[in-house]
Design a binder for this molecule. Structure first.
Ligand code: G6P
Length: 619
């Protein structure tokens, strides 16, 4: 997800076409990942390193900078999706060292880049961009100056990096090789005839070869046109060892069609994106402390916060408003953005309005932010897209780092929004001295475990969700009930079910369900109960009993320590017991899977639900 990487190293007779054109064609096939800038670096027969890069779309940039006519034998290319530093020519990849000999493209986030950058500036290195990536070529340069070979310098650099990365690097002084490293971002080697490839996704080189080696986390090495060298980094105590990896046995032949390759083997983008949640959460949370700090300082001094959102983003605002109130003693209210005009008159200077939108373009949310600004409120955008309309118009912006979402129904952007906004609420509570630092630290730690929890949940609940979907696909109605933080999670589960499986799913506060909704319940009526913590169990138990007494089929998403509630369930997704803030982030996952499989069992296309659009730019 996020940025796209391609590297191609060739020998005489590989093709007749200039390498710049081959790189451009590969980048075109990575276009689906979403990007704002594009660039390449090519080593020419004359011994030059040519770099061309710019903000903009591939076709336009390539035409302007003449990608098609750049010839050479070894090169790398990149589509950038901004995270650190706005989309601009300077921030586009590749990035180089001071001497312009080493060029690097990167996907991911180097968490400790600030420290590394300070050190490098101290050594006299000059930086040309705001990116985290640029520390890499400078570190390699720095190690080379101490007498190391390019490969040794590259490995030493990798040892210093914290965070997520897929990297490709070329060096004029070791010109036949493409160096690579992978941790938490995909990277795949392609084995061609008279040339080898490295890319974020097989689709980039499927027209040249189907023979691939999928790299795993902690691996680094290099390719030449004829060889592949891979080593694995092992940390033991304070020291690092590199062990050789035998990749011969790992060569696979990909049978995917280009269409399937785009989806990385998943049947639909939605399922791929559901499975990308551990990565999206990890990247969002790894940058959270830094990204929320300014906004948390502002919120710590404010008295009222309004949160605006539409659809899934609205559900994220509901969770956040509860957290601001409970953990930061801050008056906060969540509003559906198209309804916000009924509130805006009552705003005054000193109020804060937060617009939450994955696309950053939803017109109702944009208008709410605009109008709030006109009334003197301070406005903040929370979005997945750097420089999107809402991000540009708001006074401040913070970003989730979920990567582009293609499926119409939001999945990974929701869990990332909840994680980042939870972090923000807890930080605000800490700054307002409502939470002791040790209490806040426990919650941050619980949040940091969510990528792992979600990965495990995906493994454990996929088969169950598919099983339950057999039943759900024959139902026309369902209730989704929850209390407190569990209610917005239930609402999101119900929305997914409506959006893609066309089951009329209605969410309700569990305690309120006996005041009306229960009238519809009869034998076999599915009722999903979302329980986020043991504390909620006692209250919700009676609601389960009420529904079951009318014949409801009770489905639970519940922590494993809510034994009594679980004993009442007809079907359950048993989740690990977590701090409620972490459950609010992760317990939606089985419900996403349930909606997905129900849609698939009904023969529907979950990526393109009828009547819905990914981004709604009309009122
Ligand atoms: C559309 C999409 C939803 C999304 C909503 C808000 O209705 O179909 O999935 O939640 O817009 O989008 P935003 O980009 O503002 O989060």
């Amino acid at each position: 997800m996020v940025c796209g990487i391609i590297g191609i190293t060739t020998e005489e007779g590989f093709t007749q076409e200039p390498l710049g054109k081959l790189i451009k064609d590969a980048l075109k096939r990575l276009e689906y990942r979403g990007y704002d800038s594009v660039g390449l670096a090519v080593i020419t027969e004359e011994g030059l390193l040519k770099i061309r890069k710019s903000k903009g779309m591939i076709d336009a940039v390539s035409q302007r900078l003449g990608f098609d006519s750049i010839s050479g034998f070894n090169g790398i290319g990149h589509t950038r999706w901004a995270t650190h530093g706005k989309p601009s020519d300077e921030n586009a990849h590749p990035h180089t060292d001071c001497l312009g000999r080493v060029a690097v493209v990167h996907n991911g986030i180097i968490e400790n880049y600030k420290k590394l950058k300070e050190f490098l500036i101290g050594e006299g290195h000059r930086f040309a961009s705001d990116t985290d990536t640029e520390v890499i070529p400078h570190l390699v340069e720095s190690f080379k100056k101490r007498g190391l070979s390019t490969y040794e310098a590259f490995k030493k650099t990798i040892e210093l990096l914290e965070g997520a990365y897929a990297l490709a690097m070329i060096d004029l002084e070791d010109p036949g090789k493409i160096f690579f490293a992978k941790k938490m971002s995909p990277l795949i080697i392609g084995l061609g005839n008279k040339g080898n490839f490295v890319a974020s996704d097989v689709v980039a080189f499927l027209n040249h070869t189907r023979r691939v080696i999928v790299l795993v986390d902690g691996e680094a090495g290099y390719i030449t046109p004829r060889e592949v060298v891979v080593e694995r980094m092992v940390r033991e105590g304070g020291s690092v060892r590199w062990l050789p990896v035998d990749v011969e046995r790992r060569v696979r032949v990909v049978e995917w069609s280009p269409e399937m390759a785009l989806k990385e083997g998943y049947d639909f983008f939605m399922l791929k994106e559901i499975h990308e949640q551990p990565y999206a959460l990890a990247s969002t949370l790894s940058a959270a402390n830094e990204s929320v700090s300014d906004v948390a300082r502002v919120l710590a001094k404010s008295e009222r916060v309004l949160l605006l959102g539409a659809g899934t983003s609205y559900h994220a605002t509901l969770i956040t408003a509860l957290l601001f109130r409970k953990y930061a003693n801050l008056w906060a209210e969540a509003l559906i953005s198209s309804e916000s005009r009924w509130w805006l008159n009552a705003l005054s200077q000193g109020d804060v309005v937060i617009g939450v939108s994955q696309s950053g373009e939803t017109i109702d949310t944009l208008r709410g932010i605009r109008e709030a600004k006109e009334r003197g409120a301070l406005t903040i955008a929370v979005t997945n897209v750097v420089e999107s309309a809402i991000a540009r118009e708001a006074d401040m912006a913070i970003y989730i780092r979920a990567g582009p979402e293609i499926g119409v129904a939001a999945t990974k952007t929701f869990t990332s929004q909840v994680a980042l906004l939870s972090y923000l609420a807890i930080k605000t509570g800490e700054l307002r001295s409502v939470l002791k630092p040790s209490v806040a630290a426990n919650i941050y730690n619980a949040l940091r475990e969510t990528p792992e929890i979600v990965a495990r949940t995906l493994k454990e609940s996929e088969r169950l969700a598919s099983l339950l979907a057999d039943k759900m696909s024959f139902k026309n109605n369902a209730y989704y009930l929850g209390r407190g933080l569990g209610l917005p999670v239930a609402m999101e589960g119900a929305l997914k079910m409506k959006e893609i499986a066309y089951v009329h799913a209605e969410a309700y506060p569990a305690g309120e369900s006996k005041h009306g909704p229960i009238a519809l319940v009869e034998e076999g009526f599915p009722v999903v109960f979302v329980i986020l913590s043991k504390e909620e169990e006692e209250l919700i138990k009676s609601n389960i009993e009420e529904m079951k007494a009318r014949g409801a089929y009770a489905i639970l998403v519940s922590p494993n320590n809510a034994e009594e509630a679980l004993s009442l369930a007809d079907f359950s997704f048993v989740m690990p017991a977590l701090h409620e803030v972490a459950s609010a982030t992760s317990y939606v996952v089985p419900l996403q899977l349930l909606a997905y499989y129900t849609a698939v069992k009904k023969g529907l296309d979950p990526d393109k639900p009828r009547n819905l659009a990914k981004t709604v730019t009309v009122f």
